[in-house]
Design a binder for this molecule. Structure first.
Ligand SMILES: Cc1ncc(COP(=O)(O)O)c(C=O)c1O
Length: 387
């Protein structure tokens, strides 16, 4: 496909090294890693190598990783698994604490837990999209079962103080879950040093294949599986592992870790080029950036931008026609864009929420693409204004 792809937070192109690892594993012949024969043992050894490599990147023990079908499954497994296990230990532990800007994989799972009788607290955020430690401190207590706070937001990029909140959770004996799906590969994550019990990652956000992820489960964490059946993943996730996908995930994760600073700098450069070019082409008054803007407090690869007076559906369709892929920064349900719950939680007026476009950057993008996109946006806005 040709065109300009500024939707890396939705999914990133698979890195050639990951594709190579996928093809090598998938083409290596049959072999179920649970089978005892030589074919099975060969598949098991590929799986073991990939597990060791990803554990090395995350700073955890290989047996603390449970491979899943992606970020959504990891989040659901984390929340249902920890909440139910905590309730089973102590019937008074019914509190589930999360934030208003989580991905729906977390928020909707939390709502489902509330319908099971858990007591849900959704922490508000400020206008940058960050949750306050004071609010977290007030919400977390001796009856809290699980706390779930994302590392970096997928719509606006704002980083959360998840390590500090993890300390609060730990002080009250609650399980701490972190959705690191967007942050993994951009932010340093060393699980040996973090007060985090469960952590979700997904391969396709960092150059690996879609439909593969992992949940880190710290040894000793009260947690029960979501899927039952075979004894794969040490009975923590039944179902034959996606060996080729996991091998590719490991290849992408190793590269992302080795090149983290270069990837960060590159994403930041393209992001900056887009914003500068928009200022030149449209004027600084024609658009506004949403969320945290200080580089040290946000992910480098996401920019959420309101284009004043231009409905985001129109903007996205026009961009698509011009060969530029971006996103509404909101869930696309049955073809129509819903106003983003993240921007709403940040207090953005609803008409601005409907004018917000998310651009997300990654390997392969260039500053020339950013400049071309700004010109295309200028043409689109002029055309709409003259209509
Ligand atoms: C923060 C966050 N969590 C979870 C997910 C879900 O991941 P997956 O697409 O692998 O199911 C996403 C995907 O956009 C995400 O951005």
């Amino acid at each position: 496909m040709s065109g300009i792809y500024f939707d890396h937070a939705a999914t990133s192109p698979m890195r050639p090294e990951a594709l190579e690892a996928y093809v090598a594993a998938a083409g290596a012949g049959p072999g179920n890693p649970s089978s005892l024969h030589a074919f099975g043992r060969a598949a098991r050894s590929r799986l073991t190598r990939a597990r060791d490599e990803i554990a090395g990147v995350l700073g955890c023990r290989p047996d603390e990783l449970v491979f899943t079908g992606g970020g959504t499954e990891s989040d659901n497994a984390a929340l249902f698994g920890a909440a139910r296990a905590m309730r089973a230990r102590d019937g008074r532990r019914l509190g589930v604490v999360t934030t208003a800007v989580e991905h729906h994989a977390v928020l909707h799972a939390c709502r489902a837990l509330a319908s099971e009788g858990f007591e849900l607290t959704v922490l508000p955020v400020d206008e940058t999209g960050r949750v306050s430690l004071e609010d977290a401190r007030a919400a977390i207590g001796p009856t809290t079962a699980v706390v779930s706070v994302m590392a970096g937001n997928n719509e606006v990029g704002t980083l959360q103080p998840y390590a500090e909140i993890g300390e609060l959770a730990r002080a009250h004996g609650a399980v701490m879950h972190v959705d690191a799906v967007q942050a993994f590969g951009y932010e340093p994550i060393d699980l040996s040093a973090l007060p985090v019990d469960l952590l979700s990652v997904s391969a396709h956000k960092m150059g690996g294949p879609q439909g593969v992820g992992a949940l880190y489960v710290r040894t000793g964490t009260p947690w029960q599986p979501l899927l039952y059946g075979g004894s794969q993943e040490r009975k923590r996730r039944a179902g034959t592992e996606n060996v080729a996908g996991i091998a590719a995930f490991a290849a992408a994760a190793k590269l992302a870790a080795a090149e983290r600073e270069a990837r960060r700098a590159h994403a930041e450069t393209v992001r900056g080029a887009l914003i500068r070019a928009l200022t030149v082409e449209l004027g600084a008054d024609a658009f506004a950036l949403n969320g945290e803007q200080r580089p040290e407090s946000r992910l480098p690869h996401i920019a959420s931008i309101v284009f004043y007076d231009v409905p985001n559906e129109t903007m996205l369709m026009s961009l698509d026609l011009a060969g530029v892929a971006a996103s509404g920064g909101s869930a696309c349900t049955s073809g129509s864009l819903q106003p983003s719950h993240v921007l709403e939680a940040m207090g953005l007026a609803s008409h601005f929420c409907r004018q917000a476009v998310r651009f997300s950057f990654g390997l392969g993008n260039t500053t020339a693409e950013a400049e071309k996109t700004a010109k295309i946006i200028a043409t689109i806005t002029t055309r709409l204004r003259n209509r």
